[in-house]
Design a protein. Structure first.
Length: 177
């Protein structure tokens, strides 16, 4: 695969991957996305088509996120403003914008406090809309474990934020189960 073909394969996934990585590690996300793409390009010969290309790419990015968080020895703050901006809005009034901004700040803190394993499953399921077999493949855990982690993350967020968790993510069709 030449660089142009590789670029075409990555392009449909770049925005969602960037959003996922930013929510995992915070502001350093773009550097990690670039590194993930570079690693994928370097190792494209290892891609065996046993999974979707996006699953393989997310797996590389997730491993880099995990390494980054380990190296920093901290939990990164998530960049959930992008998540809220990606949600369909019925009204775009001033009050609506203020409320959405406040929700984004609360979500940023709350998602950033989730244990990394729960954050991974939650973001892949709820933000990226992946199914549990794909999450399992990316994270290296069983489908059942991925399901439990996503459910527990959502429950923790619901405890902290109330029904706003359901109203924000149910619009995307992620049922949490």
């Amino acid at each position: 695969m030449n660089s142009a073909e590789f670029g075409e394969a990555v392009a449909p996934h770049r925005e969602a991957l960037g959003r996922f990585v930013a929510m995992m590690v915070g502001r350093e996300g773009e550097d990690i996305v670039q590194e993930a793409v570079a690693v994928a390009f370097r190792d494209i010969a290892r891609f065996e088509n046993r999974s979707k290309f996006s699953t393989w790419l997310y797996g590389i990015a997730l491993n880099l996120c995990r390494k980054h968080l380990r190296d920093k020895g901290r939990h990164a703050v998530a960049a959930s403003q992008e998540l809220l901006e990606a949600q369909p809005s019925r009204r775009r009034g001033v009050l609506s914008s203020v409320i959405r901004h406040e929700m984004a700040e609360r979500l940023e803190v709350s998602v950033g406090r989730l244990p990394v394993s729960m954050r991974e499953a939650f973001l892949l399921r709820t933000v990226d809309g992946m199914d549990y077999p794909e999450i399992s493949s990316i994270t290296g855990v069983s489908e059942g474990t991925a399901r439990v982690r996503a459910f527990r993350a959502r429950a923790l967020l619901r405890e902290e934020l109330g029904a706003v968790v359901d109203s924000v993510w149910l619009e995307k069709g992620a049922d949490g189960g």
